[in-house]
Design a binder for this molecule. Structure first.
Ligand code: NAD
Length: 485
């Protein structure tokens, strides 16, 4: 089953409608085997500048393209993604490490993302507004911002770019896209589908390279009007400084608690916690960061979590029996190990897993893990772990649970399990997070719904999802007309 067979795709930059390579390259490694499977460009700042010039050159033409034509283009791209679905999913699984079924789901959602943008852009409009002066007609238009810099991570390397590319294309922006280098091949496959659909040259330009080089060049470029970034809080902070003054959409890290109250359905809570921690091997911004469980149910909940962890089949992501693949890269694997080791050194109790499994093919396999007796100062509770770990913290009463949730540095997504819906809603109102799911896990979301962090925490600014992204990627232009008297 294990295979490095890659679909036929150009492994290069795509600028101004043309593929190009660079002499200097970065290796792409299959995380399940440790083998190098391709070389992709390590582009320079000058190459990023060329991509910006191409996007600038295409900007006025694409902005002037009728909305219905742009919507039709999104549908054509969706059709090309559908046609290439199996090949892209296979590549995604090999390159990122997620199991094939998850990869197939991600690619299907990507096509849906383009269809949704096509539908919504036809509904997006401005307003006419009243004025005190009866001799005025006041209207607002939604206009593209111009050249958008789009910088994306490796954990959902198809879906996250589509969250920006589809609304960006639909609303008439042109784009310079910088993907994470460790999943650059699948970015090339998505770019190939976009090209095949017939998108005019320069509307989307792909530049592969080290983020600190090409990403930074895009962020500071004076011809780049706005930045959309998904990635870590540390990089987001740097982008906010370097791109100060530009409209920024920042979707950053998370560490969301799943709160299990004493009256919760424990089977459902355990399924949600495990699903949120083991899906994509825990490499999800909205993953179950930690479980806050009422002391009266913590024992039973832990038993159920251990059973869920024991059910996981860790191994080759292409094998149909596998439920969890390797972590994507050495940096994330080192962080997961360090967080688990820190907790155990401080007295946490390891209930399941906790070890790397190089015997499965590479150093990047890490066992599904459950740890209890976690305290708020341990890294597993305080920081984003981004791995397949369920840390369990016990609390005595609701006030303490809320206090722990409020202390969280992140504010992306939280789950609350209780049969008392009024109590759940009351808690949801005060929890500082962009999303609170009552009786569902932290990862529950659908692509038309508002997704993002806030509340002054470290999870970013702005909202993705459906019309929210289309609005974020456009500017309001007010036009007033003084009517002839
Ligand atoms: P990262 O910040 O290391 O990299 C993200 C992207 O930024 C990559 O393309 C990288 O090349 C680029 N980059 C790096 N340095 C840069 C710089 N100085 N200037 C411009 N670009 C630069 O993040 P990652 O490790 O790829 O992704 C994991 C992180 O992303 C996690 O923290 C996760 O929570 C977060 N994430 C958030 C969301 C969300 O919607 N909130 C979704 C997915 C992932």
């Amino acid at each position: 089953m294990r295979s490095n067979r890659m679909p036929d795709v150009e492994a290069g930059n795509h600028i101004g409608g043309r593929w190009s390579a660079t002499v200097d390259t970065l290796p792409v490694v299959n995380p399940a085997t440790g083998e190098t499977i391709a070389a992709v460009p390590r582009s320079s700042r000058e190459t990023a500048d060329e991509a910006v010039a191409a996007a600038k050159g295409a900007a006025s033409g694409w902005a002037a393209t009728p909305v219905f034509e742009r919507a039709a283009m999104c549908l054509a791209i969706a059709a090309e993604i559908d046609a290439a679905r199996e090949a892209i999913a296979h590549m995604l699984s090999i390159e990122q490490g997620k199991i094939l079924a998850e990869a197939q789901g991600e690619v299907a959602k990507a096509a849906d993302g383009f269809r949704l943008a096509a539908e919504l852009v036809k509904q997006m409009g401005g307003k006419t507004l009243p004025a005190e002066d009866p001799g005025k007609l006041v209207m607002t238009l939604r206009q593209p911002r111009g050249v958008y810099g789009v910088i994306t991570p490796w954990n959902f390397p198809v879906n996250i770019p589509v969250e920006y590319l589809a609304p960006g294309i639909a609303t008439g922006n042109t784009i310079v896209w910088v993907p994470a280098p460790s999943t650059a091949l699948v970015a090339c496959a998505l770019m190939a589908a976009i090209e095949k659909a017939g998108l005019p040259a320069g509307v989307v330009n792909l530049v592969i390279g080290a983020g600190a080089t090409v990403g930074d060049a895009v962020v500071v470029h004076p011809d780049v009007s706005a930045i959309a970034f998904t990635g870590s809080t540390a990089t987001g902070r740097r982008i906010a400084e370097r791109g100060a003054g530009k409209p920024l959409l920042l979707e950053l890290g998370g560490n969301g608690p799943l709160i299990v109250l004493e009256d919760a359905d424990l089977d459902a809570a355990a399924a949600a916690a495990a699903g949120g921690a083991f899906f994509n091997a825990g490499q999800v911004c909205a993953a179950t960061g930690f479980v806050l469980a009422h002391a009266s149910v913590v024992e039973r909940l832990c038993d159920k979590l251990v059973a869920k962890a024991a059910d996981q089949v860790l191994g080759d992501p292409l094998h149909p029996a596998t439920t969890m693949g390797p972590l994507n890269n050495a940096k994330v694997a080192a962080k997961v190990r360090a967080h688990v080791d820190d907790a155990i050194a401080q007295g946490a109790r390891l209930l399941h897993g906790g070890r790397a499994r190089p015997d499965l093919g590479s150093e990047l396999f890490f066992e599904p893990t459950v740890v209890r007796d976690i305290t708020p100062d341990m890294r597993l509770c305080r920081e984003e772990t981004f791995g397949p770990v369920v840390p369990v913290v016990a609390f005595q009463d609701e006030a303490q649970a809320l206090e722990l949730a409020l202390r969280n540095d992140y504010g992306l997504s939280v789950g609350v399990f209780t049969k008392d819906i009024a109590r759940g809603i009351a808690m949801a109102k005060v929890i500082p997070a962009g999303i609170v799911n009552i009786n569902a896990g932290t990862t529950w979301w659908e692509i038309h719904l508002p997704f993002g962090g806030g509340c002054g925490k470290q999870s970013g600014i702005g909202r993705l999802g459906g019309m929210h992204t289309l609005e974020a990627m456009t500017e309001i232009k007010m036009i007033t007309v003084t009517l002839p008297s």
